[in-house]
Write a protein that binds this ligand. Sequence first.
Ligand SMILES: Nc1ncnc2c1ncn2[C@@H]1O[C@H](COP(=O)(O)OP(=O)(O)OP(=O)(O)O)[C@@H](O)[C@H]1O
Length: 211
Amino acid sequence: METVSAVLRFRQVGMAYGKLVLMNGLSFCLKPGQVVGLSGKSGAGKTTLLRLAAGLTRPEEGRINNFAGKTGFVFQEPRLLPWRTARQNVALALMAVGTQKTRALKQAGQMLECMELDGFLDAYPNRLSGGMQQRVSLARALALEPDLLLLDEPTSALDQGLKTRMSEMIRELAREKGAAVLFSSHSEQELKNTADWILRFKGKGLVEISD
Ligand SMILES: Nc1ncnc2c1ncn2[C@@H]1O[C@H](COP(=O)(O)OP(=O)(O)OP(=O)(O)O)[C@@H](O)[C@H]1O
């Protein structure tokens, strides 16, 4: 029998779309509290890897084990419900996992305040900038305290100050709650500052693991 200390495990995973090979024989293991970055050109396969980890896409070859009790996914586009306020968007996610309404609304407010959205709790998404919507989407995922957090370019629309703050929050979640985090970014500085190690998409199916 195997002891499971991993949150996510890829074993010899292969994935291609027609002739476009994104990964080939990719194996890695993500443990609780680890933060791992995904780097590579646009179209290299970062989103595909996150979708595979979440079980939204099936691998063509190999095996993927997701041992997380709760997996959170922050998509590249915020995907907020337009007819709900920022606070309601976060609270609904909490209510979906059984939190009582008054408590969910309170927690949602606190989470949004952490994201420096104090003045916008009751704003609808169409009144929020792209960066603000991205932060609501992050707040929604973080509020659920996932064991595995999958983030697709979570800071792409944020200014430098907020990028640094988000990076700190991600590290905090990993350190204090033991969450494992997989995030993609086009910023080498952000990858180096935030990640314990990095999966680098080099093209033609090659994915290197580096510090
Ligand atoms: N369902 C699909 N069918 C066919 N091709 C796909 C599908 N999903 C993704 N692709 C292709 O796979 C490649 C990798 O896409 P992916 O979204 O994983 O890249 P990415 O590294 O996240 O890019 P970006 O940095 O621009 O977000 C792209 O060339 C894309 O066109």
